[in-house]
Every structure is written in structure tokens, then in C-alpha cells.
Write a protein that binds this ligand. Structure first.
Ligand SMILES: Cc1ncc(COP(=O)(O)O)c(C=O)c1O
Length: 408
């Protein structure tokens, strides 16, 4: 089954007969594996590089930061274009050093749903002899269908000669149950570095091609079954309906006073914001009506915004969504910024955020009405406070919160 799934992935992403791949538990695991493969490939090829660097557009998924953290690789961030939210190949070029082992482009990025210029990055990768990974966790499966439906999908897959590896999730738009992803490599010599073998202990010899060792075959069998059950025509039909829904929703958002799209969606992820209304209030209002829409905090040149991932099950609800959204924007515009944000902002000025202790954090959380029991229904104030914090402080506070959540 794993071989069949990998062969499907290679064909779907226009690889030749040399492309190989493996099944993993999700996008994050596929990404960790590709980063490990790139690191170990360069360790062998360029042993002089002792502090490997990975160039990450600010839109690259957090899983790359996790991989860098686990595998001790330095992240070199590159800001994306403030209008298109795509990385510019020239900016990546400027970030390349003698220690660069890997660069990354997304197809599409999670946040704004836009596709990085993979062909240009591929040229750069070949010129500089650097590993290029396309993160197609979100789009690898769906974008080829959108292309068949006539959408102008730029090349992002193995048709781009400089692409070394691709991650493509099955548990997103292939509708497999969670725990299903593929990581693919241009040829076996690259994939070899993903594999871990250990015979240096008293016991059975381990040869793993993934992070997990003992693992369930369930998700793989389920993915194989779903793929075969829905089939090519089934997925094309789902894609057709989804594409129509995305277009309707994007046009509808543009027509609502007070909100605007951050970028034209190139797949099914839609990001929008407001220059006049607190987006966190809009989210609370929408969620109170039973919608589930996701907040995204501001980072670098991307403002706080609202994220929608349009799915097959959302098709048919577009008009209800837009009607409620318009009303929620109107209501949110009448709501004041909470006292909490002002109070906590004041308290924050007294705290050294670099060295904030767990006790300080507990105090802040208590002030925000949060205890280990969970979160309040209305999150606008809390999101407002998090948004006002530097990202490192957000990470510290959330780590402390989750550490307290999972206790007896
Ligand atoms: C572009 C992208 N890459 C990677 C991931 C990580 O995937 P997972 O949540 O399956 O680990 C996601 C998740 O949404 C994603 O959108």
C-alpha cells in the first residue's frame, strides 16, 4: 500500500520514474523527514558546513521551525512581499550564505493561500546547489485538479527541475482520516538520508523510514481505501464544487463594507482582514452563531486576520456564511476594545517579556480570566492581548498555559 500511495503521489506531482516517497503521519512528519534528509545529505556532501541554515519565507509553515528546533538547524527568515504575500526569489538569493543547505516554498502557504514562485526558486536552487523543498501539504493533492478545471496554477511540483522534495498531505484535501501524508524525493539518493538505521544496541536492529517506529497501519489502509473509493473523477467533481464555493466566498467578502481580502486566493484558503473593525470581535460574533472561523495574529507585515479553509462540507453554505459575516462585521464595529486589553497592555509594560516567569504568566492569565479550566467563550480580548505581545512572549505564555492544562 505504501508503494502504491507513493507511486500515486509521484504521478500526481509529475515526477518521473526516479521519484520515490514514503507515507508519514502528517504534514509535520513529512516536513521533519525532508529536513532531516536535506541536513544529512549535506553533512555527507559538504562536511565543512557545521552550522546548517534553512531559508524560510515568513509564510512557511511552523512545522519547519519545529524541524529546525528538533534537528538543530538555523532558520534564516525572509519577509514576503507585503502585497502578494509571496516570497521574492531575489530576497531568497540575498539570504543565501555558505551555510545554506535548504530553501522552502509553499504551494500554497497556509496563511494567505498563495503559491510561492517555485519555478524561480528552482532556478536559484540549481544555480546555488541548494536543496529546495516545496511544501504542498495543503495544495499538492488539490492544485492539479484546479489546474485541470482551468485555473492558472503555476508549476510547483517535480516539473520544476530544481525541486528536490515535496510534502503532500492526504488527510487534508484527499479526505483521508488524520494521520496520512506523503513525502517525496526526486530520486533515491536524496531519500536515503531520510532513513534511520540502528544496530548499536542489544536488541533488534531498527530500520525506520519515518519518525515513528512501531506504528499503526490503519491510517495508511484508510488513505489507500479513500483514494480508491473516491477515485480521480470523484476528486475532480469535489474540486469543481469547491472552486465555485471559493470564488463565491472571495467575491462576497470583497463586496462587504469594512473587510478586505489579504490576497486573491489561489486555492481554497481565504484570508481577510479589516482596517476599521476589530477582527477578533468579528470572529467571536461568527463563532457565537455556530460558525468556526480561525483567528491569525499579526506577524511581520501580515496584519491580524481571519482565515477560512474551504472544504467539501462547506459547499452550499456560502450565502449563509456571507449573510452572517456582513451582519457580524456590522455588530463588531459597534463593540469597543475591551478593558482587558488596556489593562494587560499596562501590566505588560512593567514586565520584562524576555525573562517572564511562570508566576508572572499565571498572574497575567488570571487577569485575563483564564485558569487551568480552559478558555472563555468570547476570545476577542485574549486574542487582542496575544496580538499585542511579541511572538516570543506569545510562545512562552502559551507553553506555560498548555503545561498547566494537562495536569491531574
Ligand atoms: C502548508 C502546510 N504545511 C504543513 C502543515 C502541517 O501539517 P500537519 O498539521 O498535518 O502536521 C500544514 C497544516 O495545516 C500546512 O497548511
Amino acid at each position: 500500500m505504501e508503494r502504491e500511495l507513493a507511486a500515486f503521489g509521484a504521478r500526481h506531482l509529475r515526477g518521473d520514474e526516479h521519484v520515490v516517497g514514503n507515507f508519514s503521519s502528517g504534514g509535520t512528519e513529512s516536513i521533519i523527514l525532508a529536513v532531516k534528509a536535506a541536513r544529512d545529505y549535506h553533512r555527507e556532501k559538504r562536511p565543512d558546513v557545521t552550522c546548517p541554515e534553512m531559508i524560510l519565507p515568513t509564510t512557511a509553515h511552523a512545522a519547519f521551525h519545529k524541524a529546525a528546533h528538533y534537528l538543530d538547524i538555523k532558520v534564516v527568515p525572509v519577509a514576503v512581499d507585503p502585497q502578494s504575500f509571496k516570497v521574492r526569489a531575489d530576497d531568497v538569493r540575498q539570504a543565501i550564505t555558505a551555510n545554506t543547505i535548504m530553501m522552502v516554498g509553499s504551494a500554497p502557504s497556509y496563511a494567505q493561500g498563495v503559491i510561492d514562485p517555485i519555478a524561480e526558486l528552482g532556478d536559484l536552487a540549481l544555480e546555488k546547489d541548494v536543496w529546495l523543498h516545496t511544501d504542498a501539504c495543503m495544495g499538492g493533492f488539490l492544485l492539479p485538479y484546479f489546474k485541470r478545471l482551468g485555473e492558472p496554477v503555476p508549476d510547483f511540483d517535480f516539473s520544476v527541475p530544481g525541486v528536490s522534495s515535496i510534502s503532500m498531505d492526504l488527510h487534508k484535501y484527499a479526505y483521508s482520516p488524520k494521520g496520512a501524508s506523503l513525502v517525496l524525493y526526486r530520486h533515491k539518493d536524496l531519500r536515503r538520508h531520510q532513513i534511520f538505521a540502528c544496530s548499536s544496541w542489544i536488541g533488534y536492529t531498527i530500520i525506520n523510514n519515518a519518525v515513528q517506529s512501531s506504528k499503526s497501519g490503519g491510517p495508511m489502509a484508510a488513505a489507500w481505501a479513500v483514494l480508491n473509493y473516491l477515485g480521480d473523477e470523484g476528486y475532480l467533481e469535489i474540486a469543481r464544487r469547491k472552486l465555485a464555493a471559493v470564488k463565491k466566498i472571495a467575491a462576497g467578502i470583497e463586496a462587504i463594507d469594512g473587510i478586505r481580502l489579504l490576497a486573491q486566493p489561489q486555492m481554497s484558503l481565504v484570508a481577510y482582514t479589516s482596517d476599521t473593525v476589530n477582527v477578533f470581535h468579528i470572529i467571536d460574533e461568527m463563532n457565537a452563531l455556530g460558525w468556526y472561523i480561525q483567528p491569525a495574529l499579526s506577524f511581520d507585515n501580515s496584519p491580524a486576520h481571519i482565515h477560512l479553509s474551504i472544504n467539501a462540507s462547506n459547499v452550499g453554505w456560502e450565502e449563509d456564511l456571507l449573510k452572517d459575516l456582513e451582519e457580524c462585521v456590522r455588530i463588531a464595529a459597534t463593540l469597543p476594545e475591551g478593558d482587558l486589553v488596556k489593562m494587560v497592555r499596562g501590566a505588560l509594560e512593567q514586565i520584562d517579556l524576555e525573562n517572564v516567569s511562570d508566576e508572572d504568566i499565571k498572574g497575567l492569565l488570571a487577569m485575563a480570566g483564564i485558569d487551568a479550566g480552559g478558555l472563555p467563550d468570547r476570545m476577542a480580548d485574549i486574542n487582542g492581548v496575544l496580538d499585542a505581545l511579541p511572538p516570543k512572549a506569545r510562545e512562552k505564555i502559551l507553553t506555560s498555559f498548555v503545561n498547566d492544562l494537562f495536569v491531574q
